[in-house]
Design a protein around this ligand. Structure first.
Ligand code: GLN
Length: 487
């Protein structure tokens, strides 16, 4: 593999600014790797070769002082295909939006590009971000770069696989219940769910608006911090965005004196490799000066149950706009209601239909209190539970997922088992908290990760602990992609 593709984001910016590498060279190195491996691994749904190449030429023509003002000068990024852009199409992994062309850029895309980033293409995802494996993409699954017979996780599976497989230097994902952190863990890269409201959702195709958040997927913790700084900040076009300045970027990596919460118990079914890796890592953090304090997370199984009521409820409302009238595909039929019915019947895949029906049921008269009402009460109890934990500890170090990358097809007929991979991720979205998934090397050839969870707006602390984990972990090598994919 060309050495160019081994540069981290921070190193690449240094190289392009100094002129030792041109942004055109960097972009064309990534485009040629995409040309070789995107077919077999099915990572990007659309490659924006022309606009990326042109943008690289424009950036190459800038003066040294102009370059120095761009924190992401020449950085190739991939964007999850549920973020709209003013070029190419945006499908959200659904047939109903096949060929849909948005007229504007999502705020996060706008901010990255203004900072000098170059968008290489749009990444594959589970339809409307509903899923944990990318197998629910209407366009076919993405394969895991470490083992093409396994899933990359989801729903941001394409973004995580792109970064792991060196098809992009960094990527944007979205996380409603784990969709940045779980695929990052399965692919051996860093993924951040920012505090709810930290990053604008303007231009993100809504799944469950009170839970959705956009975040970075990168190879290193430093790179995630640099991206977050560019992405974060108030946006008048998203009423839930916080009036908080973007977090500072430092290189602090000391955990000395920090009180870190570790789990006092694990439910049955947590993979022993995940537990052993976590124990090993928390001991390393203790050796580095952290104080370990036993904590119990707000009941993860109840969190999962509440999530799978609230997220579908919000989705059933958000997805009502796809009716064949305003966006994407239309199935002509006799009369308006028949047009709605047929468009939705043909346009949505089975998982999306499940969720719409579940959500509609949970919100319907007579059931609202029993389902939606109870789920929101659980949500409040979970947020309160975290508040109490953060009176005793500075942050929690726990698994990102209870399991490891599973074989393609294994869970398609067993949705509860599929949902279980979100056991440790959904409660953060319910409580609006930030979480950082950091890879800790390969075990039996597959990546394992740990998750750092902190109070609202504690991203700088999460990065600090994440750097300490990175230093204590075995370095992640690059996966050896096969031209024939799983064949
Ligand atoms: N896997 C979860 C779900 O299917 C989370 C998805 C997400 O975060 N977008 O709902």
């Amino acid at each position: 593999m060309s050495g160019l593709l081994d540069l981290t984001l921070t190193e690449a910016v240094r190289a392009t600014r100094s002129g030792s590498v041109s942004t055109s060279e960097l972009v064309s190195a990534y485009l040629s790797r995409i040309g070789r491996f995107n077919g077999p691994y099915h990572i990007l749904l659309e490659v924006l070769e022309e606009s990326a190449t042109q943008r690289a030429h424009e950036l190459d023509a800038l003066s040294a002082s102009e370059r120095d003002r761009l924190p992401l000068y020449g950085v190739p990024v991939a964007v999850k295909d549920n973020l709209v852009m003013d070029r190419g199409s945006t499908t959200a992994g659904s047939r109903i939006l096949e060929g849909y062309r948005a007229p504007y850029n999502a705020t996060v895309v706008e901010r990255l590009e203004r900072a000098g980033a170059i968008v290489l293409g749009k990444t594959n995802l589970d339809e409307f971000a509903m899923g944990s494996s990318t197998e629910h993409s209407a366009y076919g699954p993405t394969l895991n770069p470490w083992d093409p017979t396994r899933v990359p996780g989801g729903s941001s599976g394409g973004s995580a696989a792109a970064v792991a497989g060196r098809l992009s230097l960094a990527a944007l994902g979205s996380d409603t219940g784990g969709s940045i952190r779980q695929p990052a863990a399965y692919c051996g890269v860093v993924g951040l769910l920012p505090t709810y409201g930290r990053v604008s959702r303007y231009g993100l195709i809504a799944f469950a608006s009170s839970l959705d958040q956009v975040g970075p997927i990168t190879r290193t913790v430093d790179d995630a911090a640099v991206l977050l700084r560019v992405m974060a900040g108030f946006d008048p076009r998203d009423q839930t965005s916080l009036r908080e300045p973007p977090p500072d970027v430092s290189d602090e990596a000391s955990v000395r004196g920090l009180r870190l919460g570790i789990l006092s118990s694990y439910p049955e079914g947590v993979d022993p490799v995940v537990r052993a890796t976590l124990d090993h890592m928390t001991r390393a953090l203790a050796d580095a000066g952290a104080r370990l304090v036993s904590v119990d997370l707000p009941d993860p199984t109840r969190a999962l149950a509440a999530y799978y009521v609230i997220a579908p409820a919000e989705a059933s409302s958000n997805l009502s706009r796809y009716d064949g009238v305003r966006y994407g595909k239309r199935k002509e039929a006799e009369g308006l209601y028949a047009l709605y019915d047929e468009t939705r019947a043909a346009g949505f895949g089975p998982e999306v239909k499940n969720r719409i029906m579940l959500g509609t049921f949970a919100l319907s008269a007579g059931y609202y209190d029993a389902y939606y009402g109870r789920a929101t009460a659980v949500r409040k109890a979970i947020a309160d539970g975290y508040d109490r934990i953060f009176e005793r500890v500075d942050a929690i170090v726990c698994p990102t997922t209870p399991d490891r990358p599973f074989p393609l097809g294994e869970r398609l007929s067993d949705p509860w088992r599929m949902y279980l991979s979100d056991l440790y991720t959904v409660s953060l979205n319910l409580a609006g908290l930030p979480g950082l998934s950091v890879p800790v090397g390969l075990q039996e050839g597959l990546p394992t990760a740990v998750q750092v969870v902190g109070p609202r707006l504690s991203e700088p602390l999460l990065f600090r602990i994440g750097r300490a984990i990175e230093r204590a972990a075995a370095p992640m090598p690059a996966p050896d992609l096969k031209e024939g994919g799983a064949a």
